[in-house]
Ligand binder design. Structure first.
Ligand code: PMP
Ligand code: GLU
Length: 400
């Protein structure tokens, strides 16, 4: 009966990150000792003061009804204040903020509101799996510009300029980047902003969800640059920096006409995000930031640990990620080789082999637009990471 489904869902790829996480969960439930390095999800618990805020919100009994579609006013104000003070987006006001059910939902709102059939969106590749599928769902056409390993996988302003056509409506990148962990410097973003400003009606979707996991100490928001507020939709959320993936709160800061459109879209699709989760988000953004700093420190320590360990695996080529919690090594050295009668043709086969023989789940680079790579999430304990990389190293040594 699947032919009864809409073309749009038949054409859509399943999220590779979530699919791999599901597979790992299933194998675990069969009693297999899987170490899951596939899902980009903090392994920390949501900080206590945020949990407490949610408990208090329940006890107060005031947040059980439908929240305003664009989010509670005090949360929108707190987000706008943070964007003004920390991200230097001087024009950000509560009216520019729309709170949604996770940043994924925010991105979906934006593309559904911006794109007409055939509009092109330039994606800085490697890119997060969901961008291309959401763009296609909204009728758009993804156009990839690819960063090389030599430039830490960062595509450049020049590449952007050559990818623009009459149909380009928007560009999207994440910085710090999922899947590469690379961070755009202020200068790199300024060069990108110059290209954007030369064109009318071109918008930037700046996905800053990993803002709080950035080892360079410098986070630049393109929406803060002169003339860029009206061109930028800044996307952020609470999942990564506050270890709140399951609470489902994300937001955009956008020019008013886009914010209003997203509110209208959300009003028909989902209504406002969960009230209790929004109260928790308010505590996160306006309360003690030290738990986030501690988590960032722990990720940096793990980054250094994993870097040292994977540099010891012959055939792995990696850059040094500067943020988020991913490594994105090139593993094409193993393609065309065999093990136990099984030929490894590509990154999908490599991940399958590592899952079955090393019991470690990774995600194929194919899903992120980089078919020679695999993604390793190091949001796991040091013990798990050491054991996982040891298993990967042993399994790789058997490939001939
Ligand atoms: N953008 C990027 C780059 C991500 O890695 C994620 C993680 N899921 C999201 C957006 C969406 O985050 P969430 O919906 O959990 O807020
Ligand atoms: N963003 C995370 C990842 O890339 C979570 C899973 C998802 O939503 O795709 O693994």
């Amino acid at each position: 009966m699947t032919e009864m489904l809409s073309e749009r869902i038949i054409q859509m790829e399943e999220s590779a990150t979530l699919a791999m996480a599901k597979k790992a969960r299933e194998l675990k439930s069969q009693g297999i000792d899987i170490i899951s390095l596939s899902l980009g999800e903090p392994d920390f618990k949501t900080p206590k003061h945020i949990q407490e805020a949610a408990k208090n919100a329940i006890d107060e009994g005031k947040y059980f009804a439908y929240p305003p579609v664009a989010g509670y006013q005090d949360l929108r104000e707190a987000i706008a204040k943070k964007l003004r003070e920390e991200n230097h987006i001087a024009e950000a006001k509560a009216e520019n903020i729309v709170v949604s059910t996770g940043a994924k939902h925010s991105i979906a709102n934006v593309f559904m509101c911006l794109l007409n059939e055939g509009d092109e969106v330039v994606i800085f590749s490697p890119y997060w799996v969901s961008y291309a599928e959401i763009i296609k769902l909204a009728g758009g056409v993804p156009v990839l510009i690819e960063g090389d390993l030599e430039n830490n996988f960062k595509a450049t302003a020049q590449q952007l300029a050559s990818a623009l056509t009459d149909k380009t409506k928007a560009i999207i990148y994440s910085s710090p980047c999922n899947p590469t962990g690379s961070v755009f410097s202020k200068e790199e973003l300024e060069a990108i902003a110059e290209v954007v400003k030369k064109r009318e009606n071109l918008f930037v979707i700046a996905d800053e969800i990993y803002e709080l996991i950035n080892f360079t100490g410098n986070h630049a928001s393109i929406g803060s640059f002169p003339g860029m507020f009206d061109r930028t939709i800044t996307v952020n959320g609470f999942s990564k920096g506050y270890a709140m993936t399951g609470w489902r709160v994300g937001y955009i800061c956008a020019p008013l006409f886009i914010a209003k459109a997203c509110e209208k879209m959300q009003g028909q699709f989902t209504s406002g995000g969960t009230g209790i989760a929004q109260r928790a988000a308010l505590a996160a953004i306006s309360g003690d930031q030290s738990p986030s700093k501690e988590m960032e420190k722990a990720y940096l320590k793990r980054r250094d640990l994993v870097l040292q360990l994977i540099q010891e695996i012959p055939g792995f080529k990696t850059h040094v990620p500067e943020g988020a919690f991913y490594f994105f090594p090139e593993v094409s050295h193993f393609f065309g080789k065999s093990v136990d009668g099984f030929q490894i043709k590509n990154a999908d086969d490599f991940c399958l082999y590592i899952l079955e023989k090393a019991n470690v789940s990774l995600v194929t680079g194919e899903a992120f637009g980089a078919p020679n790579c695999v993604r390793i999430s190091y949001a796991a304990s040091e013990e798990e990471l050491i054991e996982a990389i040891k298993r990967i190293k042993e399994a790789c040594a058997r490939i001939q």
